[in-house]
Design a protein around this ligand. Structure first.
Ligand code: ATP
Ligand code: MG
Length: 756
């Protein structure tokens, strides 16, 4: 008898089925957001396993985030049943790269327990090299070098590939030499950075035929999600691995390419058919995720980009609610409004898990965090190192790294005098000198130097204790469970005592974080496995918990979906970012627009876009105007609304009388016209033209600003956001000397005062 379709094929549409069933040969699935690309890829994985075309260990499946990997693993598990054990090669490029590199580390001069550096360590190391090379670190900062090296690595370039022209890009031609030194230094401390995980592997695959053939043989099937965001090194790596069998399936959407700043090349999609002639190209057009209004809004925005491959999307879903565009007063009100909206969703029976707030820049999350903590709304932040980035966590991890990997100099440096042990820069310099001279790790040099009179008696005693402790902890690590080891280590090192002595609320929080760290360790098999996890996690949402609202950047939200999505901060200078606006060209603006497209298409039922009239930047209020993307939303698909909670009475000026938006900032209490302008126009049908007009008037404001304000006179009483009330003592262009009643004489910009 003919059995019904296996579970993973049920409900798939014909092109999706084709993508699943065309197992052999190259396949490219090119389709818009929410059309079931990832769903089809997951079904394909299930199909390969179900039909025994491959064992789990014979499939290489690349996702863009750890979270996506986890979801795919779970879904395949459900589709195929319990029978499938593990999927060792399902993960992000970095996770897979790390795993491979551990097996072949010696081929690039590393040991298999190498450390993966985080940005902090990386910057510290680069800074040392820059200073040692007698280069002015102020003029040529480590951060720029880090960016450049990263770019080279993303392109698959090793130091020997850096020609004079490329080298010229840092410190008058010394870029290449520093890159080489950096790589040497990493090798010496048995470490690598994120870029190396793929670059080293690429070098190994290129230079060791046996290794390459081993993997070509092993990976019967290769598949890649979010293919539009692969960079050159990833592309080259995939091409090598797929060359023999050519069973490679890639899925992507050119409109969702949002990582070009990290070297991603959307051209890889276009190149696919050239590299793999005869590829089956599959297009999906039915969207299963979003309502027609959401699709219409997203489509209207992305239509402003040029050079698209272009796709039609349709959906069978009901029209649903229009996209809501909400103009609010300022950042705190934005957070308040979102909090209120979420509360009413909750009362209406929605789960918090189905709600997300997406931001353009990660610093935007804080305002929401503050608000949600205040009203007790559970939330999680996804897509950053939030937890692991905290100083106390990094210190604790450094201790653990020293124990795990004796050559981890950077970790040793971090903890050598934390808590304070009287080991100053001089002592450290001596240890460094010895380590460099003898080519040994710092911990070894530290142990050596104890036999000499190089250090003061006090420094020798402290260092002796530390070195002794590290040895003891290493011994303990052999039979003590690693979480227990961590607990003892933090006590014995005096690290927890340091915060216990502090008795502040902040210190208490730090101690809680440390306990949380130890708790987290319990979930891992070994210390090494835990440290590996820490270096790789991007999304530390700590597994299943009670329902929580998700707060994340748009970048981190790629591939995900939520019933209700709040899109915060749609203002010029924030989204699109100031950098994109300043660059002026279309390239970065188009990337910002793709981000807007990704953002809107995360929503299943409702998208709410917010923009505030005022933002506090570096402690100063500045007025902002709605994002041009707000203006690009097709009127048919949106409902605009403005709110204002209090504060109206503080300003009365009619915006239309003022060509100069900043004049309004002055008339109010540092509160700007952006909102007001938007509010004024939002009621009108020509709302979509708002941003451009405001941009123009803002430009004229700048020139007005230099002349100063005509409404201010010496002796006038004014109000300033930060200093309160005062009288003008002197006027100099647009700068004022003011005698403040509380703060005394201060010099301020005229645009930040209002007539009291
Ligand atoms: P993105 O471009 O955002 O990554 P995508 O193309 O990968 O989107 P999926 O996430 O795979 O899209 O699917 C979007 C939604 O549609 C999911 O909720 C998925 O379960 C659902 N879906 C996919 N295919 C079908 C189908 N054939 N029938 C019903 N629902 C489907
Ligand atoms: Mg997807």
């Amino acid at each position: 008898i003919q059995l019904a379709d296996p579970p993973y094929l049920r409900g798939l549409n014909p092109p999706q089925r084709e993508a699943v069933l065309t197992t052999d040969g190259p396949v490219l699935m090119l389709a818009g957001a929410g059309t079931g690309k990832t769903a089809a890829l997951t079904a394909r994985l299930a199909h390969l396993l179900y039909t025994r075309k491959a064992w789990p260990s014979e499939i290489l499946a690349v996702t863009f985030t750890n979270r996506a990997a986890r979801e795919m693993r779970e879904r395949v598990g459900r589709l195929v049943g319990e029978a499938v054990e593990g999927m060792p090669w399902l993960g992000t490029f970095h996770a897979i790269g790390a795993k491979m590199l551990r097996r072949h580390a010696e081929l690039v001069g590393l040991q298999s327990n190498f450390t993966i550096l985080d940005t902090d360590d990386q910057l510290r190391l680069l800074k040392q090299l820059i200073v040692a090379a007698d280069i002015d670190e102020k003029r040529f900062p480590a951060r720029s070098l880090a960016g450049l090296i990263d770019e080279w690595k993303n392109k698959g370039l090793v130091p020997a590939d850096i020609d004079a022209g490329e080298s010229e890009r840092f410190a008058n031609g010394r870029g290449g030499e520093l890159y080489q030194q950096y790589q040497d230094r990493l090798k010496a401390v048995n470490a690598c950075d994120f870029g190396d995980l793929l670059l080293h592997m690429l070098v190994i695959l290129k230079t060791h035929r046996d290794v390459l053939e081993g993997y070509q043989e092993r990976f019967r099937y290769i598949m890649v999600d979010e293919y539009q965001d692969t960079n050159s090194v990833q592309y080259l790596w995939l091409r090598l691995l797929a060359q023999a069998r050519k069973n490679i399936a890639c899925v992507g959407d050119d409109d969702q390419s949002i990582y070009s700043w990290r070297g991603a090349q959307v051209e890889n999609i276009l190149r696919f058919e050239k590299d793999f002639p005869g590829a089956t190209v599959i297009r999906l057009e039915q969207n299963y995720r979003s309502t027609p209004h959401i699709l219409g809004a997203a489509g209207g925005v992305i239509a402003h980009n040029s050079g698209r491959l272009g796709k039609q999307l349709w959906t069978e879903l009901d029209a649903g609610e229009k996209v809501r565009v909400l103009g609010v007063w300022d950042g705190p009100e934005e957070a308040r409004r979102v909090g209120d909206e979420i509360e009413s969703c909750r009362r209406a029976g929605k789960s918090l898990d189905d709600i997300a707030i997406l931001v353009r820049a990660s610093h935007q999350t804080r305002e929401f965090e503050d608000r949600f903590i205040a009203i007790g709304l559970p939330y999680r932040i996804v897509g950053g190192f939030r937890f692991y980035e905290r100083a106390e966590i990094r210190d604790a991890l450094a201790y653990l790294r020293v124990v795990n990997q004796p050559a981890d100099d950077l970790a040793f440096e971090r903890i050598v005098n934390v808590p304070k042990r009287g080991l100053g820069d001089k002592a450290l310099a001596k240890i460094h000198q010895l380590a460099r001279g003898e080519g040994m790790p710092l911990t070894t040099a530290a142990a050596r130097i104890l036999d000499t009179d190089e250090l003061t008696a006090q420094a020798r005693r402290s260092l002796g204790n530390l070195v002794g402790d590290i040895h003891r902890w290493r011994d303990m690590a052999r039979d003590l469970p690693h979480a227990e080891l961590a607990r003892q280590l933090l006590d014995e090192s005096g690290y927890t005592a340091m915060y216990q002595a502090e008795k502040s609320a902040e210190a208490a929080g730090r101690l809680e974080n440390l306990s949380e760290l130890v708790r987290a360790m319990e979930e891992y098999e070994s210390l090494g496995a835990f440290l590996e996890h820490v270096s790789l996690v991007m999304d530390n949402d700590g597994g299943r918990q009670d329902p929580q609202v998700t707060i994340m950047t748009i970048h981190a939200a790629k591939g995900l979906e939520f019933d209700t999505v709040f899109l915060a901060g749609w203002e010029e200078g924030l989204f699109p970012s100031q950098r994109a606006v300043d660059e002026g060209g279309t390239k970065s603006l188009e990337e910002e627009r793709r981000l807007a497209y990704v953002a809107i298409t995360r929503a299943r039922r409702l998208a709410v876009i917010l923009h505030a009239a005022n933002r506090r930047i570096y402690g100063q209020w500045t007025s902002s105007i709605p994002s041009r993307f707000v203006g690009e939303l097709p009127a048919d698909h949106i409902d605009s609304e403005t709110t204002m909670s209090g504060g109206e009475s503080l300003w009365r000026a009619n915006w239309s009388e003022h060509a100069d938006p900043f004049a309004n900032v002055a008339r109010g209490t540092g509160r700007g016209p952006g909102w007001q302008r938007a509010a004024g126009q939002m009621g009108q049908s020509n709302f979509t033209t708002t941003p451009k007009r405001v941009v123009e008037s803002r430009a004229s404001a700048v020139s007005l600003g230099n002349k100063g304000r005509s409404d201010l006179k010496v002796g006038q009483r004014v109000f300033h956001q930060k200093f309160g009330y005062g009288a003008i003592a002197e006027i100099e262009g647009n700068k004022l000397e003011i005698d403040f009643e509380q703060a005394g004489r201060k010099r301020v910009m005229d645009s930040f005062v209002t007539i009291a």
